[in-house]
Design a protein around this ligand. Structure first.
Ligand code: AMP
Length: 592
């Protein structure tokens, strides 16, 4: 049942583009090996291993390209700041020294919680230099997700702003005894002076030497700890090693077609994996100018950035594309976007209309690609030189073997026939594959069967080898490209004295993909009503932050549960959407 509602976009040779790195997908796939690709990286001097920061920053200086702009930053108020690769090498070295001066050891965890300020990029790369493990947190998280992640990840250092600290972190300090250092970027109010473990960013950096020799770095040592949401329990801490940098380098070249003179803009926030892998590491490894915009989405601001910075390669997300579509292509009139030559999208399904709208509005299609926190880098993509079937995620990267599989008692059964739905699986390993779930070996092991990594996504592959996303195999919610664990939301709701039970689902939404919707059963003595609904929405927002909190709450007398007492989110969703209720054999009690 091949669904091809839109004609394929055939790529003519275009005058705007340089020759794509991946000119012929099939040939490169046939000859590619990760071992050979390693030559794209330098490695630490004297064979001292592989460190992300060295590949992303220092080696460009070694190669005489230090004066090239590495970060081109625009602040919320329109302020501009350029950091060359020389500047970035110096600032990250100072930060690495600053960490050492505080006694922070390799392997210890440095969390960053702030908007897209230049210091965030310096902190992440400087921490890699000091061989610390970096965990980015999304600045729109509320106190509860921040506390959970800092606790689980043993945060030793937190880099944040005074404003975020006061609003979200100060009240958590007693829960986080291991958090010994908090560095504040920006003006620190008097009231905070003298609070134990608080440091001004400028104090950490002042007087530190401008060069730092990165210590021997085992490529397999932990570099990044990214939290991602599951359907049960606490979030999962996904471990990535320094070796992942090879995948960042290669996917930057092949999937995003980065060339050294490109001006690249990834609109994702580094609080999520795309903003780290492709908002920091991949572009810098590839030596491009990386545009960073502090302001949140606004179509006109974005068009202005594309024009002013003469962005050549743009990596964005379906929610933003749909929001721009709503405004219409007319909003682009009068803009000179002639520098733009390649546009890509990730994070959620990109409707065929979105791909085609790119052509209409920008004269270029959006190239959808697929990956997830666990894969560390892009795995399936539409490439610059390849025809696009709108609605398809494209084909696997060179070095990546993908398949559609069924889980069976005996193991994994690979589907050979085209167009059959199954679970998307990837042959392990590859350099940016997760190295574990923090403190959860069993959960990690269960992701791998017969040498395949099982992604939890349902997909199909057509006769030509293009992959098509079908849906997720679990209850995780994708809202505006962000993964949200229903359990985390349910737990926050349950903290409210009126709530007896909560079940949380993703409700389809034409713009953001899914919105978080909660169903709540109240304790005796509480009556459903508008005032309580508003109170619960406010409570969840305060605890979880706007990005995670439910947008809708409905009251129910009871929630449907399995015999073992688990709330059946699947059934809540089917009823909400008027879909068939499916297999009800495990249903114990019902809401009706
Ligand atoms: P995250 O780990 O937050 O990056 O989320 C990964 C998940 O986002 C995947 O497992 C998919 O469910 C979804 N996803 C990412 N990219 C795409 C895409 N191009 N099309 C459809 N779903 C996607």
């Amino acid at each position: 049942m091949a669904v091809m509602p839109h004609t394929r976009i055939v790529k003519p040779p275009t005058e705007r583009a340089p020759l794509p790195h991946l000119a012929d997908h099939a040939t490169t796939c046939a000859t590619f090996s990760w071992a050979t690709a390693r030559a794209l990286l330098d490695g630490l001097p004297d064979g001292a291993g592989l460190n992300i920061a060295y590949e992303a920053v220092d080696r460009h200086v070694q190669h005489g390209r230090g004066d090239r702009v590495a970060l081109r930053w625009t602040g919320k108020g329109g302020q501009r700041r350029d950091l060359s690769y020389d500047d970035l090498a110096r600032e990250t070295s100072r930060f690495a020294h600053g960490l050492q001066a505080l006694g922070v050891q390799p392997g210890e965890r440095v969390f960053v919680l702030m908007g897209r300020l230049p210091e965030l990029y310096v902190a992440v790369l400087g921490a890699f230099k000091a061989r610390c493990v970096v965990t980015p947190l999304f600045s729109a998280f509320g106190p509860e997700p921040i506390a959970t992640r800092c606790e689980m990840g043993d945060a030793r250092v937190l880099v944040t702003t005074p404003e975020l600290y006061l609003r979200k972190v100060q009240g958590l300090r007693t829960r986080l005894p291991g958090l010994t250092h908090v560095m504040l970027v920006g003006e620190v109010p008097e009231a905070l002076a003298g609070e134990p473990g608080l440091h001004r960013w400028t104090d950490v950096m002042d007087g530190q030497p401008h060069a730092f020799t990165i210590g021997p770095t085992d490529p397999e040592s932990m570099a990044l700890l990214h939290f991602t949401s599951g359907t049960t329990g606490r979030p999962k801490g996904v471990i990535h090693a320094h070796a992942a940098v090879l995948a960042h380098m290669v996917t930057g070249r092949y999937a995003l077609d980065l060339h050294e003179d490109d001006v690249f803009w990834c609109t994702a926030d580094p609080g999520w994996v795309t903003g780290t892998s492709y908002g920091i590491i991949a572009p810098l490894c590839n030596g491009v100018t990386n545009v960073v915009v502090e302001a949140e989405f606004d179509a006109q601001t974005w068009y202005e950035v594309l024009e002013r910075e003469r962005v050549t390669v743009w990596y964005t997300a379906p929610t933003a594309i749909r929001m721009m579509m709503k405004l219409g292509a007319e909003a682009l009139q009068g803009r000179d976007l002639s520098a733009l030559r390649f546009m890509a999208s990730v994070g959620e399904p990109l409707n065929p209309e979105g791909v085609l709208w790119g052509l209409q509005a920008f004269g270029l299609p959006f190239h959808d690609n697929w990956w997830q926190t666990e894969t560390g880098g892009i795995m399936i993509a539409n490439y610059a030189a390849m025809d696009i079937n709108p609605g398809s995620m494209g084909k696997p990267l060179p070095g990546i073997a993908a398949a559609i599989v069924h889980r069976t008692e005996a193991g994994v059964q690979v589907v050979e026939a085209p167009d059959e739905e199954g679970e998307l699986a990837l042959k392990a390993p590859w350099p940016s594959m997760m190295r574990g779930y923090l403190h959860e070996d069993e959960r990690y092991r269960k992701c791998f069967v017969d040498g395949w990594y099982l992604t939890g996504d349902l997909a199909r592959r057509d006769a030509e080898g293009y992959y098509w996303f079908v849906g997720r195999a679990d209850d995780v919610i994708k809202s505006a490209g962000h993964l949200i664990g229903p359990f985390e939301v349910e737990s926050a709701l349950m903290e409210h004295p009126a709530v007896a039970e909560a079940g949380v689902i993703g409700k389809p939404d034409p713009t953001v993909g899914e919105v978080v919707k909660a169903f709540v059963a109240l304790k005796p003595g509480f009556e459903p009503g508008e005032a309580l609904r508003r109170e619960l929405l406010g409570h969840a927002r305060k605890r979880l932050g706007a990005a995670v909190a439910p947008k809708e709450i409905d009251f129910r007398a009871n929630l449907p549960k399995t015999r073992s007492g688990k709330i059946m989110r699947r059934l809540l969703k089917a009823r909400e959407l008027g879909l068939p209720e499916g297999d009800l054999s495990t249903l114990e009690s019902d809401e009706k």
